[in-house]
Write a protein that binds this ligand. Sequence first.
Ligand SMILES: NC(=O)c1ccc[n+]([C@@H]2O[C@H](COP(=O)([O-])OP(=O)(O)OC[C@H]3O[C@@H](n4cnc5c(N)ncnc54)[C@H](O)[C@@H]3O)[C@@H](O)[C@H]2O)c1
Length: 378
Amino acid sequence: MKKTLRGAIVGYGFIMEKGHVAAYRERMAASRSGVREADVEIVAVADISPRRRELAATQLPGVRVYADYLTMLDAEAGKLDFVDIATPPAEHANVARAALSRHLHVLCEKPLATTIADARDMLDMARSSARVLYPCHNYKHAPVVQAVRKVIAAGDIGRVHLVTLQTFRNTHARGVAEWRPDWRREQRYSGGGIAMDHGSHTFYLAFEWLRAYPTAISARMSTMGAFDTEDDLSCSLRFPTGVASAHLSWQAGVRKVLYTIHGERGAIRVEDDNIEVARLSVDGEAAGAQSQWKFERIDVPSDWMDSSHVTWFNSLFDDFKRQIAKGEWVGREAEEAFLCVQLIQTAYESAKAGSRELPLGEADAESSSVRRKLRLQC
Ligand SMILES: NC(=O)c1ccc[n+]([C@@H]2O[C@H](COP(=O)([O-])OP(=O)(O)OC[C@H]3O[C@@H](n4cnc5c(N)ncnc54)[C@H](O)[C@@H]3O)[C@@H](O)[C@H]2O)c1
């Protein structure tokens, strides 16, 4: 019989309630009714907000609630296998260190950490504690992204050398009303604005599509509101295999993702749930005539408008479980999360230096070893 993983939650806010716990509750209900084998049980929750703790206790009957995660980890010693972290980013590293030092696996929301030093420390601790550190890079599990993966793998557009990624939001995402709904606009909790909030999703998709890791970044940021975190980022990334450019904004007129992926023989455009694949027609190529493309449009419902992304969580959690079963303490996902944090921090430095292009990883032993290892996997 497979082991049921006993989990504790730290941070019972929006994404935890609507994304992670909604999926856990479904899994737990399915195992109670015999539809699937039991594989997860949430036994404890820590949140600093009394009203969020009350809600957790009603949504997860029997769960033990705590106002402080250190008290929870001590009180629950011997009764836990993993900790699922969804506090604001500035606290991720502290919670992860506390969990890893108690030999617990860690599932952590993005960004993994707000500084390179913290991210490196988390990877080191996972290795030395022999426990899995796994980031929630959930866009990889979106049906539309999985469909793009298939088109690229089929060789339809050839090798990809150019990627553009745009994420438009008409406001910063708001956290739950019971705590500080606008923490994304407060540096001390968020560590930064839209670059910190959405940079990870943007960068790990670019890694996948360009089959490589970037060597340099230049970035420009602006803050249009009266806040201490930026609400607009544009950046350009140099890869050994090509280039990526990204524009992320909380000042857009609509909520939307727009990605374009360009290869030798065609391109893919993603606009929320819609994919358009352009394939260079063989006739046009052979005749040396003006290029001709055949266009195919595919709809892949992906629930982009539901920011809990609950429908993507089960496949992410399955991956976390697989890594635990394999004893893969620091896998590709964690190493990519480290590179995302490195890119985000370097983007801030570039923006401060007048958008100067800055190299990545040259003077950084951890980062170059991560890159070497990942290059082999690509
Ligand atoms: N992967 C995604 O698609 C996605 C989507 C939304 C949010 N997130 C990430 O999830 C995290 C939380 O975001 P959110 O939108 O759910 O925020 P939120 O404000 O809704 O929730 C944060 C919760 O953490 C609690 N909290 C704050 N400090 C704490 C501490 N020290 N100890 C225990 N609890 C604490 C708050 O009381 C609140 O309940 C962030 O890292 C964010 O980037 C990811």
